[in-house]
Ligand binder design. Structure first.
Ligand code: UDP
Length: 476
């Protein structure tokens, strides 16, 4: 499709419908910022209550910066714990939001100007699709994970039927026809139980994927070329609509209320000398693992900036650092390290010249942020999509990982293993140069004429044309 500036006809009104957790909210807010810069009218639907304080803070700060966005708070009926197999508050919210997603119909039907498209999280794909069909508008999915993991979720309805019996312990690989097989060790444990709330939620929503107009992905062509080409050329998962890679989604200005004491510190450190460690917004490590990590980090001898989380949900993090890490560790490392127990501005940290490597759990936003900044990653996946994401980033040349470390909490990863891997991360020149090329490719993709930029422009243009057609039909 060619784009001519003169062809801009009407303003599309897009309803954005993210799901629970910062990992899901962040790409939606980044996409919102991008869409606003291309003259789209937006409605943001957010669940009330949110699971974490971070979500609540980011939503209000984003909306106060963009008062032109229409905000709908969607009251998610609380789920009875007994109704869900999981006690993970994020999984419970996924289930609850997924079950009630169709209830956004009256909220969207009454909007002026009328909504022209829904951009929804996979976790609410089914409900969003029904509403889109009823309203006669387009429906896109915004994927918050790697294309490789999305492929697995798209194939889950087949994998979990008892007739297929493909997801069994003891198998070594999962074969999705047309794609490179996935090692069984990377399949999230809940997927082996079709009755698990998380699995059942994904299966019912994955069934809606073939009926949407496209899947917008926070990835870029050269990062996952094989999977992208196999799906878009219909050699794999041929029932899926077009995969539309639009990443790495660019960050938007965050208001961090001045909590940025680490940035002046980073500015004083030599280039590429600091290891940044962060395990995302909802991964807490055990105290034993934290102890091994602090010892391994200290023994590596590198400067470090470590964001520490001990609770999955940030509502009640009251402990002092001294209660988690020994005061002697903090004293010994005070001149070369900083440990933070608050929300940090990760996007700014990864963009700082002092950062030489990133120890990450491989949440997909973190992977894309590292890719966008060309920062090499030591992958330490903990749960969910993260082992698959780690494989993707290793294959793309962005990082290294040791698959024997297992899932988070599966075994205690010892300090000497950690020390070795951190040293490899910080000294491997080939890795550094590959990561820099990944960063260059990422910038090319989102720059003028780049594949990701063209894809989002084409999507917006097609929505504008569609609005124009609808307006024309109404006039006639
Ligand atoms: N993040 C941040 N500061 C923090 C913790 C997380 O800015 O203290 C951001 C991080 O940059 C990323 C998102 O929160 O954009 C977390 O998403 P990701 O997919 O990496 O992991 P998840 O939290 O979903 O496990």
């Amino acid at each position: 499709m060619s784009i001519s500036p003169g062809s801009v006809t009407s303003q599309p009104h897009i309803a954005l419908f993210p799901s629970a957790g910062m990992g899901h909210l962040t790409p939606f807010l980044r996409l919102a910022s991008l869409l606003l810069s291309h003259n789209c009218k937006l409605t943001l639907i957010t669940a009330k209550p949110t699971v974490s304080v971070a979500e609540c803070t980011h939503i209000s700060s984003f909306l106060s910066k963009h008062p032109e966005i229409n905000h709908i708070e969607f009251h998610v009926p609380p789920m009875q714990l007994s109704g869900s197999i999981s006690d993970d508050p994020f999984f419970i919210q996924f289930e609850a939001t997924s079950r009630s997603a169709h209830q956004i119909h009256p909220l969207l039907a009454s909007l002026t100007p009328p909504v022209s498209a829904i951009f929804a999280d996979l976790v609410v794909a089914n409900g969003a699709n029904k509403v889109a069909v009823d309203l006669g508008v387009r429906n896109y999915i915004v994927s918050t994970t790697s294309l490789k993991f999305l492929s697995l979720m798209a194939y889950l309805p087949v994998l979990t039927t008892s007739a297929a019996a493909k997801l069994v312990d003891g198998a070594t690989e999962i074969e999705i026809p047309g794609l490179t097989p996935l090692p069984i060790s990377s399949i999230p444990p809940p997927f082996f139980n079709a009755d698990h709330g998380f699995t059942a939620t994904l299966v019912s929503n994955a069934k809606a994927l073939p009926f949407c107009n496209g899947i917008l992905m926070n990835t870029f062509e050269s990062f996952e070329p094989e999977t992208l080409s196999a799906i878009n050329n219909k050699r794999a998962l041929s029932n899926l609509p077009s995969i539309l890679p639009i990443g790495p989604l660019e960050t938007y200005g965050l208001n961090m209320n001045g909590q940025t004491r680490y940035l002046p510190w980073l500015n004083d450190q030599p280039a590429e000398s600091v290891v940044f460690l962060s395990f995302g917004s909802r991964t807490a490590m055990s105290k034993d693992q934290i102890k091994e990590l602090s010892d391994g980090l200290e023994r590596s001898g590198y400067r470090f900036l470590w964001v520490l989380k001990t609770k999955k949900v940030d509502k009640d993090e009251k402990e002092d650092l001294g209660e988690i890490l020994s005061s002697s560790f903090l004293e010994r490392t005070k001149n070369r390290g900083m440990v933070i127990k608050e929300w940090v501005n990760q996007q700014d940290i990864l963009g700082n010249a002092a950062i030489g490597g990133f120890v990450s759990h491989c949440g997909w936003n973190s992977v894309m942020e590292a890719a966008g900044n060309g920062v090499p990653v030591l992958a330490w996946p903990q749960h969910g999509d993260q082992r698959t994401n780690a494989e993707v980033l290793e294959k793309a040349g962005l990082g290294i990982w040791d698959a024997t470390w297992g899932w988070g909490g599966q075994r205690l990863v010892k300090q000497d293993e950690i020390q070795r891997k951190i040293s490899e991360l910080m000294t491997d020149e080939k890795l550094k140069s590959k990561a820099k090329s990944v960063g260059d490719e990422a910038k090319k993709a989102t720059g003028n004429g780049g594949t990701s930029k063209n894809t989002i422009l084409e999507t917006i243009e097609s929505l504008k044309q569609n609005v124009q057609t609808v307006l024309g039909t109404h006039k006639n």
